[in-house]
Design a protein around this ligand. Sequence first.
Ligand code: SF4
Ligand code: SF4
Ligand code: SF4
Ligand code: FES
Length: 948
Amino acid sequence: MAWIGELDLGTKPMPLTGPLVALTIDDQRIEVPEGTSIMRAAALMGTSIPKLCATDTLESFGSCRICLVEIDGRAGYPASCTTPVAPGMVVRTQTERLKQLRKGVMELYISDHPLDCLTCSANGDCELQDMAGAVGLRDVRYGYEGANHLVAEKDESNPYFTFDSTKCIVCSRCVRACDEVQGTLALTVDGRGFGSQIAASQKQDFLSSECVSCGACVQACPTAALNEKSVIEKGTPDRAVVTTCAYCGVGCTFRAEMRGEELVRMVPWKDGKANRGHSCVKGRFAWGYAQHRERILNPMIRASVDQPWREVSWDEAIAHTASEFRRIQAKYGRRSVGGITSSRCTNEETFLVQKLIRQGFGNNNVDTCARVCHSPTGYGLKTTFGTSAGTQDFDSVMHTDVMMVIGANPTDGHPVFASRMKRRLRQGARLIVIDPRRIDLVHSPHIDADHHLPLRPGTNVAVLTAMAHVVVEEGLADEAFIRERCDWDEYQDWAAFVSEPHRSPEATEPLTGVPAAELRAAARLYATGGNAAIYYGLGVTEHSQGSSTVMAIANLAMATGNIGREGTGVNPLRGQNNVQGACDMGSFPHEFSGYRHVSDDATRALFEADWGVALDAEPGLRIPNMLDAATDGAFMGLFVQGEDILQSDPNTHHVAAGLAAMECVVVQDLFLNETANYAHVFLPGSTFLEKDGTFTNAERRIQRVRKVMAPLNGYADWEIVQLVARAMGLDWNYTHPSEIMDEIARLTPSFAGVNYAALDEHGSLQWPANEKTPLGTPMMHIGGFARGKGKFVVTDYVATDEKTGPRFPLLLTTGRILSHYNVGAQTRRTANVAWHPEDLLEIHPLDAENRGIKDGDWVALRSRAGETTLRAAVTERVAPGVVYTTFHHPTTQANVITTDYSDWATNCPEYKVTAVQVGLSNGPSDWQEDYAEHARRSRRIEHVEAAE
Ligand code: SF4
Ligand code: SF4
Ligand code: SF4
Ligand code: FES
């Protein structure tokens, strides 16, 4: 079998910028950067020195002693993995003495290793087997009868991988991967000498240990001791395709390793610039949903949502869709229909959906799920800096001295980037966490936040303004930066505003709940601790003052000069895999791709010339407005691609009422999601494994998605949109997504230099990528802001209208968990449910005790909007007065509780602040039982024998 893995040069690379060192290895002269190991230098010239404990993703360790070399003038046989090159060094790697020594070492390993290579799951993909061959070992002199480790139980507790200690050679690559790459420190070498063995946490099984199932140890293991269950079941892969994860905004790239048409495993790609060879449990393991039995593969229609679904041919489904939209427009007017693009689909697919609406429907009624997550980021950063996106690449964090994490939980939401943050923190960077919860970053192995400001939900603006007060009042502002880079008059207005005494930490402490001294110390650290970077998430944006908070963050970064260089910046951690791309592609009702307003005549003329139709200059409806218009009888048809608004949008009853009022709801998705309960047409979607395209991650990095298998439903999503467009009379003739990207580049200045050939050549490009920056833009606003002068905006704190009181005394805030993704449609259909089978309500012990609630009790969660029930988790992670839950499970429907309040500028819902009451309950509420029955009825399918 051909080997399909990536080349392993044994030890890490040294910076190419340092001095070069010349040496001779096996009579060949080579120059390598200073600090390079002899092992790596030899590998670079094509000589592979046997190795077991070394791998180029980890620091050298020097434990196995098989990589010995001879060096002229030095006694003994140094390990080549731990010995750096030196000028003039003369090294020999293949002498007879070395061969004997290596064989002897190998003999000891093999004498304590099962000899079942032929039936071993790693046969052909095992470094121990390879090295035994490389050193020419044919026999073991000691026999196999002595003391050994050949009888031990296999740990199969993890759903995705096994640990078979009989095959372990105690090289500690797994332990080091968990420490260095993942930063969880879940593994250890327990015991000494012959008794040494690998143990998870306190000698627990993997599932009940601290392990977060990232798989870094499995990838690092040179034998079958740690092995994917999928490899054990399906066999070793025989080909690989590089593609991009379809889960979160980190945008990890993977080698999808295939055996024929079957996916065997996902291995993080070492050259991936977003993930640098790492992944989390979702991207590496949770892809089984693609083949899940509940996936819908045939199109379906029904006249009303009370009826069962009827499977139909693609032709019938597409013709029906087109005729319904045309019928509704003829009856209710051009603006009575619209669509929602998906942040999970590719840029090309998203571009086509908004094009269908603008060109085909003739209006701008297009919106996207960013409406409910990062629309305030777009507004806030565009207003202050001039660009609706984060300022840095992920690598920048390795130059950061002070990290400020606000309203984000990176270890759960953006785990691979969190591992990078943790590495930098272990190197000594300082950390400020502003969050109502004690998120894992506040305290984890070898990491303790310098300051945790557990603010009361809804008071972000007051806290950030109080920090700005300290910066200005204590003379910590970077005046030179501000004078050069920002509007000085606006700065002075802002400085006067934040300096007002009632905005001080002391004055705002009763409101925010943050001790003034702690806040002052955090502000001083951020302003004076060196390169300071802000990372934020939905805990910033999903508020009635979401846009104000984003601008308050930008103000703070500009005031302290923390923008425009490595290690600094303002960085939204974006949730879904392509939420950045969906926004870039013109998914908002007021903007074309590249964030250009629909009322701009020149931009419209550009699109009109290309698309051959007159375009509407009026911004269209946002999602909440579409739903309002539906209940008013003015909006009657909706096309929803890859988005489950019923579960993900606020105030579920309101969404349901809007959907129920429409005459035609078309859902394009993998599964019959909750929105599909109200749909009349279901068009089966394709997974990221089944199509070509691109995703854009949180760093503005455009990366290729590559088809690794044929779409099970027959068509990639872009092809389905094209079928609908053609049925509506549009002249679309795309034969490959690369042609769609060419059109995007033609019409979008920031994408002008993006095409598939360039992406294949460079691996990825960060926009803007055009004539000025053909290799893309890893960091923005160097030397000047995209808008010219940075704009300070006065951000007055305005309390949300959602108030606690005697009836609803607690504040609910929501979030996500590592093992699940968004509404859980994909991850709930994988073995990830082992970690999180249901949504739980976190409640502080004091609040629980006051209500007689114990851990695991059923509790009713009530707000002014609705009620649901779920189990309680009593924990000090939340402060007294605050409760927290996730929204991954439709049986809980946490959004029944959330209100209609939203960000003043963008309508982004206020998910993070809901006044609630919690009380003991006997189990699911009537509403939940009714809903479950309604969902069951609306999912009935009348199957036909051969629906095309
Ligand atoms: S489990 Fe694998 S990586 Fe870990 S020590 Fe054993 S052989 Fe090495
Ligand atoms: S899977 Fe990840 S977290 Fe778990 S032990 Fe391995 S490296 Fe550590
Ligand atoms: S879910 Fe996010 S962090 Fe995890 S592998 Fe995918 S892109 Fe990476
Ligand atoms: S590879 Fe060098 S000591 Fe193990």
